[in-house]
Design a protein around this ligand. Structure first.
Ligand SMILES: Nc1ncnc2c1ncn2[C@@H]1O[C@H](COP(=O)(O)OP(=O)(O)O)[C@@H](O)[C@H]1O
Ligand SMILES: [Mg+2]
Length: 580
């Protein structure tokens, strides 16, 4: 096997015995076609056409005539079983590969996702794996059966030549072999390249599609239908062009092989005439030739499919070989329950070229309620995202309870943290189950308590048809932004983690609901370290300490009332808010 294909040999392992059985059956079917059919054709023809003996009994004739259907029966049954077994193995492998890719994707760093498009990833896990599966199945089905068929056919031809003591024919066959592989080699590299283009353009098409689906509201609001149609048509055209080019090469070997086959056949006419061989031998030879050429044709087709799937293999391989999130710290130190001490020393971080956080030094004692304020884009969200190690720092160190987060077992680190982003995602499940995700194993009562603290209980009971058992729908499309935020808060409260991060987690709420939540928070923050990226200054009342962010640096830090005196930026931000 070549290239990326060989990385998939481990996937074959669990099915070794079935594959061997498939190969055995394929070889039986192949030998029955290549060797059995020509042999029995010759036998039957000899008996029927060439014999001087006219005294065969009817039963004998029927018996002789039945040889051919019998061979075809063996060929058919073995061939069918081979196809079935190999196809099922192929489907199971497809499942294994998809599961493996999916697993891998759960562990990839966020940075990796940000450089890619959901649509393209979707195409890889659905489309490219299907293409891979098709290649492996064709290889397993046609590859096996037709290899044996051609071997059988050639053996029979060799047998005939030896029997007729004619070595010319064998030499001719050997001379023909490079000719047979010529069309394959000619188009192989084209197929590989075009196949890659087709898979990539499928990825782009899927990108356009997912974007269109995500933007359904904006498309209507801004009348973007024509633009979207144009973009999608462009992608469709690219796909069409790539596919046409692929088809051009894909369909080429078939006629080429046929021309070679017919040439072979006419050469054999000459040979037959000169050797003075009978019709029975000639028909046997013809059948053997037909089956060998036919199998060459099919093997070429199988090989073509493998060639054009290389792109698919590569595209999936790019996911499989990406560096893991958890790499190297499966055995990292496992935190049981953190005290909640957080510190950063000399932290620098950049998403790309431009620094986003620039020399951050801060020590947060356990149990501190820490507010973060600053102009938008100052780096507040980035700061809190470093704690659960969504990203790794470029320089410096982030510590939780004195441990460098990179040295901690990642799962145990994330268990210490309840994180609520500004636009939380809810899963397509019931309200109750969405809250319970915060702490699987919690009771219904505990979940309801968390919902009460998040000021969500009332709307769940009164506004939702089936209360806590209402399905929220795809990304909770049926809930308002504020309702979604409240469910996400309930989820975080239920989590009962020593570190709580609220990143503008109440931005979509009216002041009244927000006030209610912050009242509840007063109880909830006890014994926890809390980071609140505040969008209203009123929430800072809760805070023991406020960090003022400005262009990736901490410009000031202290209690809110101290900052009013000491920090110009803080005062400015406060005044701007008072105006609105
Ligand atoms: N995923 C990302 N990829 C690249 N740049 C980002 C990403 N997230 C944020 N940024 C950039 O980093 C800077 C800080 O962003 P952020 O931490 O979200 O600011 P804040 O939360 O204070 O508004 C901004 O300039 C923003 O454009
Ligand atoms: Mg932010």
């Amino acid at each position: 096997m070549t290239g990326p294909l060989k990385n998939y040999t481990p996937f074959l392992k669990p099915y070794t015995s079935r594959i061997l059985l498939g190969i055995l059956l394929g070889s039986i079917a192949g030998a029955a076609s290549g060797l059995g059919v020509p042999y029995f054709i010759q036998r039957v023809f000899k008996t029927i056409f060439d014999s001087q003996d006219t005294s065969y009994s009817l039963m004998y004739l029927i018996g002789i005539a039945a040889c051919l259907p019998a061979v075809f029966l063996v060929r058919g049954v073995a061939g069918y079983c081979n196809q079935f077994i190999i196809s099922v193995v192929g489907l199971r492998m497809l499942q294994d590969v998809r599961a493996k890719v999916f697993d891998k994707m759960q562990r990839l760093p966020l940075k990796w996702y940000e450089q890619r498009h959901t649509g393209d990833l979707l195409a890889r896990i659905v489309g490219d794996t299907t293409q891979m599966n098709q290649a492996l199945m064709t290889l397993g089905n046609d590859g096996v059966q037709y290899v044996f068929q051609s071997i059988g056919g050639i053996c029979y031809l060799v047998f005939l030549s030896v029997q007729n003591s004619d070595s010319m024919f064998i030499l001719m066959l050997i001379a023909m072999t490079p000719l047979m592989t010529w069309p394959v080699r000619l188009i192989g590299k084209h197929l590989k390249r075009r196949g890659r283009e087709v898979q990539n353009s499928l990825g782009s098409m899927s990108e356009a599609l997912t974007e269109n689906l995500h933007g359904s509201v904006e498309i209507r609001a801004f009348n973007l239908q024509e633009r979207e149609r144009g973009l999608f048509l462009k992608r469709l055209n690219e796909f069409l062009h790539a596919s046409v080019k692929l088809t051009k090469y894909d369909k080429l070997p078939q006629p080429l092989m046929e021309i070679i086959a017919v040439s072979l056949l006419s050469v054999s006419f000459v040979y037959a005439y000169r050797a003075g061989i009978g019709f029975d031998v000639f028909s046997g030879m013809g059948a053997a030739l037909y089956f060998s050429v036919d199998s060459f044709k099919r093997m070429v087709r199988a090989w073509n499919i493998v060639q054009r799937s290389q792109g698919a293999f590569e595209r999936v391989e790019q996911i499989m070989s990406a560096p893991d999130d958890l790499e190297g710290n499966e055995d990292g130190f496992k935190l049981e329950r953190a005290r909640g001490e957080v510190s950063m020393q000399g932290v620098h971080f950049a998403y790309g070229e431009e620094p986003t956080l620039d020399d951050i030094n801060v020590e947060i004692a356990p149990g501190t309620v820490c507010g973060l304020v600053g102009p938008s884009g100052a780096g507040k969200s980035t700061f809190v995202k470093l704690l659960p190690r969504f990203y790794d720092v470029n320089a410096g160190v982030v510590r939780v309870d004195g441990h460098d987060v990179r040295e901690l077992n990642l799962e145990s680190l994330r268990r210490q943290i309840a994180y609520v982003p500004q636009s939380p995602v809810l899963f397509n499940d019931t309200v109750m189950n969405n809250i319970l995700l915060g702490r699987p194993g919690a009771t219904r009562e505990e979940a309801i308590e968390a919902a009460i603290a998040a000021n969500a209980d009332e709307f769940i009971r009164t506004r939702l048809e089936k209360g806590y058992d209402t399905m929220v729908g795809e990304n909770a499309g049926r809930l308002s932004g504020g309702q979604r935020q409240r469910l996400a808060l309930a989820r975080a409260f239920l989590r009962d983690a020593p570190i709580l991060i609220l990143d503008e987690a109440t931005s979509a709420l009216d002041s009244e609901s927000e006030a209610h939540i912050y009242n509840a928070l007063e109880k909830l923050v006890k014994g926890r370290t809390v980071f609140i990226v505040a969008h209203r200054f009123s929430t800072l009342k809760l805070c023991d300490r406020v960090l003022v962010f400005d262009r990736g640096r901490i410009a000031a830090s202290g209690k809110p009332e101290e900052l009013m005196k000491s920090s110009d930026l803080y005062r400015q931000l406060h005044e701007l808010q008072a105006l609105t």
